[in-house]
Write a protein that binds this ligand. Structure first.
Ligand code: MN
Length: 417
């Protein structure tokens, strides 16, 4: 394991093996950045001092933009080189940056002294439904327990097009949505604040590169278009969803706020945690077929924290529980000819595992309200209360290497009057 001259606290998500990309703000400055330990590095300052000059990047202005779109549009190969350069600069045996006190003072800052901004301008956003345990749980609760999966589920990665305007950075509070619900099936619908506010534990990938309209991305090439991943909390109002979703799918119940973690963890950083994909039976159609190691072993956690009392870990899941891989999702998204752009975001769908404590939503954890979670202060939850905070975490550990995502945090505020 390589060492860094920058201090990395034990258990940090941001090791020398990670080197994620994000956008920071401090004073008047907004710039692309990375994080190592509890230190962030302003990439625009490193660019000022020529640290990326020999990487053959056509236009260095990508290091001075308020979003990462232009930087990641350089493509996987170039951004991998930038990441490797940062790893070199931070490595113990490299004096290039370490010995330049002025440059260090200008480029390196304590992570808690800067603000993270949304790392990319998200063009389009798709939400998949790729966890078999989640889809099965929902099918059991709302349809037929003995026939929970719909007939298409094992043949294609089911998804819908969401709204990108309401995707926000971790730390943003979200007001409880208002809308139409129909609590009594024999009465007309009513209007008011949602009474079944939920989270969905998801991971999302962000694309780099464009395709032309009509073009399809083959499944074996799909990862060339995946820059990296963020945690994704797809807040959902179950009561609004139940009434509105027929027949076109979720609408206002999922577009009032979706929260992403601040640092994009590259596919390169996740490489050590690649695992064999699950056996898919029946075998998918040829355009979705790819054998091998297309999944990732990444621990996922959700904490629920009331406003004035102790919180609790309520979910332990893992990215490995996805049935459809990210590559299959992207191949399917483009197979009909839909073009993609740099900065598009593709969320996995709620990631539930087989164990009841691995379910990735309150709907499943509390089984439609029938199994309340008891909080440390004795209060009960079947959905999320006003002023509750939801924190999602993701990390992988193997052979002494740890790579994590940091927190994806949001607090639910009362409905706006
Ligand atoms: Mn979702």
């Amino acid at each position: 394991m390589k060492k860094s001259w920058i201090e990395i606290p034990g258990g940090s998500d941001f090791t020398l093996e990670n080197i994620p990309f994000g956008i920071i703000r401090y004073g008047d400055q907004v710039a692309p950045a990375t994080r190592i330990g509890d230190t962030v590095a302003d990439l625009s300052v490193l660019a000022d001092f020529g640290f990326f000059d020999d990487l053959d990047i056509p236009d260095l202005s990508v290091f001075y933009q308020p979003v990462l779109n232009d930087l990641i549009a350089l493509g996987r190969q170039k951004t991998s080189q930038v990441r490797q350069r940062l790893q070199e600069l931070f490595a113990d045996n490299c004096a290039l940056l370490k010995n330049q006190e002025d440059v260090c003072r200008m480029s390196l800052h304590p992570a808690n002294a800067v603000q993270n901004l949304k790392p990319v301008s998200v063009g389009d956003y798709t939400d998949f439904y790729s966890s078999i345990d989640h889809a099965t749980n929902v099918g059991k609760m709302f349809r037929d327990p003995s026939n929970a999966l719909l007939p298409n589920w094992k043949h294609l990665p089911v998804g819908y097009h969401g709204r990108s305007s309401s995707i926000v950075i971790s730390g943003t509070s979200i007001h409880r949505p208002k809308g139409q619900t129909r609590p009594d099936d024999n009465q007309p619908p009513v209007f008011g604040p949602s009474r079944q506010l939920d989270f969905e534990l998801e991971m999302a990938f962000i694309t780099c590169g464009e395709t032309a309209l009509g073009e399809s991305i083959p499944v074996e090439k799909a990862e060339d278009y995946i820059f990296g991943l963020v945690l994704f909390n797809d807040l959902s109002a179950r009561d609004i969803q139940k009434w509105e979703y027929v027949p076109l799918g979720p609408f206002l119940s999922k577009s009032f706020g979706s929260v992403i973690s601040p640092w994009i963890i590259t596919l390169d950083a996740l490489e050590p945690f690649r695992i064999e994909s699950p056996l898919q039976e029946p075998e998918p159609l040829p355009y979705l077929r790819h054998n091998g190691r297309n999944h990732f072993d990444l621990k996922l956690e959700v904490y629920l924290i009331p406003e004035h009392s102790e919180g609790k870990l309520i979910c332990n899941s893992n990215l490995r529980h996805l049935y459809w891989s990210m590559a299959q999702q992207l191949a399917h998204q483009t197979v009909a000819g839909c073009n993609i752009r740099t900065g598009d975001l593709f969320a996995s769908g709620t990631i539930s595992g087989p164990e009841p404590d691995s379910f990735g939503s309150m709907l499943e954890l509390c089984w439609k309200g029938t199994r309340p979670i008891i909080m440390p202060d004795g209060s009960r939850r079947t959905f999320v209360n006003d002023n509750d905070t939801i924190i999602m975490k993701a990390y992988a550990e193997k052979d002494g290497i740890r790579v994590g995502f940091g927190d994806c945090t949001t607090t639910i505020l009362p409905a706006k009057v």
